[in-house]
Design a binder for this molecule. Sequence first.
Ligand code: PGA
Length: 308
Amino acid sequence: MPFTLQQLRLFESVARNNSFTQAAKEMELSQPAVSSQIKRLEKELGLPVFEQVGKKIYLTHAGHMLYKASQDILARVLRLRENIDELKGSAQGPLQIGVITTSKYFMPHLLGEFLKRYPDIKPTLKFNNRAEVMLRLLNNEDDFVVLGQLPDNPNLESYRFLENILVAVVPADHPMTKRKNIPLKEFIEEQFLIREPGSGTRMVFEHEVERQQLTLDPYMELGSSEAVKQSVMAGLGVSVLSLHSIRLEVKTGALAIVDVQGLPLRQHWYAVHLKGKHLSLAARSFLDFILGIDQGFLENGLRSAVSD
Ligand code: PGA
């Protein structure tokens, strides 16, 4: 064999990223190390695989052939490894999930439970805002991503799992805690704390406000569900938050859920990846695990705090 599997992996990464720098980052190597391996590969093949024009690199004819072959070979090697893992009866290796920050209130719990069964999986949860998660999804950077509102894109495969229940929250001593069936108009006329543009929670709530033919005039905008929660607890205003994010605060009486017309808004969380993506055994096992998880695992009786 004129080249090693490692050289093939490096070459595939440079060709796919169209960049030595990106490939070095992805492979966690220095750029000179990547360049020298590619040079060695070219020497062993007896033909150049890249040509440089100005600052850009292009695949040569031989490079194109090698790129196609390397994708087939590496995919085959990956499958082989998974088949061996399957024979051994356990998924292992890396698992990388891109998750929206609001899911930090439950994704680590799901992962923790999952890892009890699959201790040889090496997990990474990449927490980001919605825009960044979407970018990672479209660039195929993670095994799959988790987000709240499904993007309108036919090239995506999505799987619905836990409910994401958006509730009206107020400081624990707020007079609305003593009332039922509060008109939404009255609720949003309180000092309403709103999430940043692009937030799924904000999108859904604005939609409900519109549906009730009302106009939202927020008091303050905040960049995360955690910031909104802390601000409501600090008495700065009222808001709408995912039930997952306030479990502990409602339990300890630091925050209260109130009965507002049109709320709670029942949404779901979704695991999403590009259509046709081959999931590793580790990723498939985690996906199967979260799809099978019962809502009660997280909510600890909190649903009773939400009127149906
Ligand atoms: P977000 O999360 O409000 O932080 O965007 C929920 C979602 O994705 O719908």
